[in-house]
Write a protein that binds this ligand. Structure first.
Ligand code: ADP
Ligand code: 5GP
Length: 247
């Protein structure tokens, strides 16, 4: 029979172990994949990411926060969480973003909590973010953690960086125009930024030229399948199946 003191300490120990297991499974480096996709405007990144989420049932798109006004047809909570500058600033101040950046004159950010809750569900995530945000995710593996989170609980998932190129800068212009949702000034600013964004592509893991949409999607699918099949990702599952043989 345990004394009350022993029972309490046992309970605490179990609670601690559970919490540790929860943190480890959620943030384990290999339990889930974080696909970070960047591209200059008009390259087809949104189209490709949407196709990927439709295709893979356990892949989710993280819905970003932005101060950009909605384009025609865009829905709050579906395409973005549309918020004003003051609310965005507050979220920065309380450390709510895993990353954020100012892009084409508006602010965009990824919620740390949204990512955490998707990872906790065992889902893979596709982040459609600009090159500045992608850099922050890249260096954030074991770095500082937003307020309210324990040190060491940063996003340590397996990260894969994918850059989508338009077939040419000329094609980009055409695509943004044909999309028909941006005014002339916005289009010019996006084209101006395209060159500096393309320069960043050199440190990404995979480069896809989106000339033909179906071919580009085949490449994106192959990358996702290959990354999910890596030893680090598969080994625990394989051990559960063949533990005895592997011992
Ligand atoms: P991004 O998110 O990179 O700004 P979008 O996905 O919104 O780009 O695509 C911009 C426009 O280009 C859309 O109208 C889309 O339908 C079109 N598009 C995407 N891929 C291709 C492609 N391979 N060929 C022709 N048009 C494309
Ligand atoms: P758009 O206004 O065309 O939807 O997006 C403009 C740019 O902002 C794109 O390059 C897109 O990838 C990027 N973007 C969207 N959400 C985020 C985000 O949460 N963080 C960052 N850093 N960039 C984002």
């Amino acid at each position: 029979m345990w004394s009350k003191e022993e029972a309490r300490s046992k309970k605490q120990e179990v609670r601690g172990q559970k919490e540790k297991a929860r943190n480890e499974s959620c943030f384990s480096p290999h339990a889930s994949c974080l696909f970070v996709v960047s591209a200059p405007s008009g390259a087809g990144k949104t189209t490709l990411c949407r196709k990927a989420v439709d295709y893979f049932s356990d892949l989710r798109h993280s819905i970003s926060y932005t101060t950009r006004p909605p384009r025609e047809g865009e829905k709050d909570g579906v395409d973005y969480h549309f918020i004003n500058k003051k609310v965005f600033q507050k979220k920065i101040d309380i450390g709510e973003f895993l990353e954020w950046a100012e892009v084409h004159g508006n602010r965009y950010g990824t919620s740390f909590n949204d990512i955490k809750s998707l990872l906790e569900k065992g889902l893979d995530i596709i982040l459609d973010i600009d090159v500045q945000g992608a850099r922050q995710v890249k260096v954030r593996s074991h770095g500082p953690v937003p307020a309210g989170f324990k040190q060491g609980s940063g996003i340590r998932s397996h990260k894969v960086f994918i850059f989508i190129f338009p077939p040419s800068l000329e094609a980009t212009k055409e695509r943004i125009r044909n999309r028909g949702k941006d005014n002339r000034e916005t289009i010019l600013s996006r084209l101006k930024n395209a060159r500096s964004e393309i320069k960043e592509a050199v440190w990404y893991d995979y480069l896809i030229i989106n000339d033909n949409l179906e071919e580009a999607f085949e490449k994106l699918k192959s990358i996702i399948v290959a990354e999910r099949s890596k030893r680090e990702k598969m080994i625990e599952r394989v051990k559960r199946l063949y533990g005895e043989v592997l011992e």
